[in-house]
Structures are given as structure tokens and as C-alpha cells.
Design a protein around this ligand. Structure first.
Ligand SMILES: [Cu+2]
Length: 282
């Protein structure tokens, strides 16, 4: 009898807990990224998303992830993210109107993501039009001029053609200077600030000489930095991170290529197929 009562109690308790949990009817839970900085951002984001009995929102300051539980017969994630965008916060789905972003307190002016797929439905229809969505959905176009110049240097070094390597390095210097920092994601921007001066130095030295040996020394460190950068981007085609085990008295050196086939830029025709792919970046 006592056991039976305990079971009945447990069932009743479980029911109470579930019904408390289920304040929101027909619940659906989704976690999405919303860009922001601080505790104040958390308040604003949650306030914009919350709706009594319909939406419960929780934004994590450390991960930038917004967990939404909502009544799926009454709303959906897009509708909620639109409200969040109007409050000034970008998500992967909606970009906040620039005005709303500018109105945020200074501490809340987070680094805006490069990825922009759409603008929250705008009162001013003109604003929506000058936002070329397709151009910015992928991250790699940001750095395309950098990588295009880099791959040309690599191809010249494969042929031990110091003159072309030098010319292409001049293009790389320009591409580095023109990289749009305002469009980089936070992690890319941080990395960019760290590697920018070495990129300039290495590209500059390759440009200044036609001595292939000197160019290859700088190409090795240039490749390491561009590898780190490539890891933060989504590439339209895979980049292969390849290794020559012999370079610099057996210390080895890496390079990036768009082809899986090994064409070694460190020794050219002498050791053309020496090396291997160590990582594929997509
Ligand atoms: Cu803030």
C-alpha cells in the first residue's frame, strides 16, 4: 500500500514538474547564434525576444547562443529573430538595421558579422536593396584577392620563376592592404590584427627580390599565416594544406593549394612531387 502511494506521489510530482516546465504550449526549442557583447546585450536581446506565455529566451554571453522555447502554433524562430534584429542585434538570419545598431550603448557595439543573408523587414525599403545578400553570405570572398595572389606566387615558385613570384607578391601586398576589416567576423578580425604585419613583411620581401631562395623563406611563414586564416573561413572550394618534409634541413615547410596533387613550391622541378597533403580545409 505504502509503495503504491509512493508511486502515486511520484507520478503526481512528475506531472507537476512537467506542467511547470510546459508553461509554453506546443513548445519548440531552438538554439541560434545572435551577435552581442555583454550582460547589457543579454538584457536587450532577451527582452526583444521574450513574450509572456509564448516565447522564453535565454542568451549566453560567452557563446553568443540564444536558446528559444516557444509556442510553435503562435510564432517561429524567424519572427523572433526579426524582433531581435530591430533591437539592434544581428543573427545568421537577419541583419539589424544600421540605425538600431548605432543606437546601442557603446559597450554593446559588438563586432558585426561578415555574413549577411537578409535584413530585417525594413520600414525604409531602400535600405533593404543596397544590401547585396549573395555577395556576403560566404566568408571566403573577403579574402579571395589575398588567396588568388598567394596561389599565383605558389605557382611561380613551383616553376622557380622569381620574377613572376615578385610581381604576384606586389599584388598580394595590395590585397592585404585592401582587406575589408569591417566585414570580418570577430575571430577573423582578431587573427587578422595578429598576422597582418607578418603578412605584409613576407609579401613585401617576396616582392622586393627575384631571388627564389629568399622568396621561399618568406613563402614558408606566409603560408603558415594564411593557413591559420583559411581555417576561419568557409571556402568555395577545398584548400589543401600540404607539407614538404625536407625544407630547411628537414624542419619541413607547408603550403596551401587548391589541388590535392603535390607540386612542391620549395624545390620546384628538382623535387616536384615531394610532399603530402596533411589537411583539407573546406
Ligand atoms: Cu553591451
Amino acid at each position: 500500500m505504502k509503495t503504491l502511494r509512493n508511486i502515486a506521489m511520484a507520478v503526481a510530482m512528475a506531472f507537476v514538474f512537467t506542467s511547470c516546465e510546459a508553461q509554453i504550449k506546443n513548445p519548440k526549442t531552438e538554439t541560434v547564434k545572435v551577435y552581442g557583447n555583454c550582460e547589457m546585450c543579454k538584457k536587450t536581446i532577451e527582452k526583444a525576444a521574450n513574450e509572456k506565455g509564448i516565447v522564453k529566451a535565454d542568451w549566453n554571453v560567452d557563446t553568443d547562443m540564444l536558446t528559444l522555447t516557444y509556442d510553435q502554433t503562435k510564432t517561429n524562430t524567424d519572427a523572433i529573430l526579426k524582433k531581435v534584429a530591430y533591437a539592434g542585434y544581428d543573427s545568421e538570419t537577419f541583419r539589424a538595421p544600421d540605425e538600431a545598431y548605432k543606437n546601442l550603448p557603446e559597450c554593446c557595439q559588438y563586432d558585426r558579422p561578415a555574413k549577411v543573408s537578409a535584413i530585417a523587414e525594413n520600414h525604409d525599403s531602400h535600405k533593404g536593396h543596397d544590401m547585396p545578400a549573395a555577395e556576403t553570405t560566404q566568408n571566403s570572398p573577403l579574402f579571395n584577392p589575398v588567396y588568388t595572389a598567394y596561389f599565383s606566387i605558389k605557382d611561380a615558385l613551383i616553376k622557380s620563376d622569381g620574377k613572376t613570384a615578385s610581381a604576384k607578391a606586389s599584388e598580394l601586398v595590395k590585397a592585404i592592404a585592401a582587406a575589408p576589416m569591417d566585414k570580418m567576423k570577430t575571430e577573423q578580425h582578431t587573427l587578422w590584427m595578429k598576422i597582418q604585419s607578418s603578412l605584409k613583411t613576407d609579401a613585401g620581401h617576396i616582392a622586393e627580390t627575384t631571388d627564389v631562395k629568399h622568396q621561399r623563406d618568406h613563402f614558408a611563414s606566409l603560408s603558415e599565416n594564411l593557413y591559420a586564416l583559411a581555417k576561419t573561413t568557409t571556402n568555395d572550394a577545398p584548400y589543401y594544406y600540404q607539407k614538404c618534409p625536407m625544407y630547411d634541413n628537414g624542419k619541413g615547410a607547408h603550403w596551401l593549394s587548391k589541388e590535392n596533387t603535390i607540386k612542391n613550391p620549395y624545390y620546384g622541378s628538382a623535387m616536384l612531387s615531394c610532399g603530402s597533403t596533411v589537411e583539407t580545409l573546406k
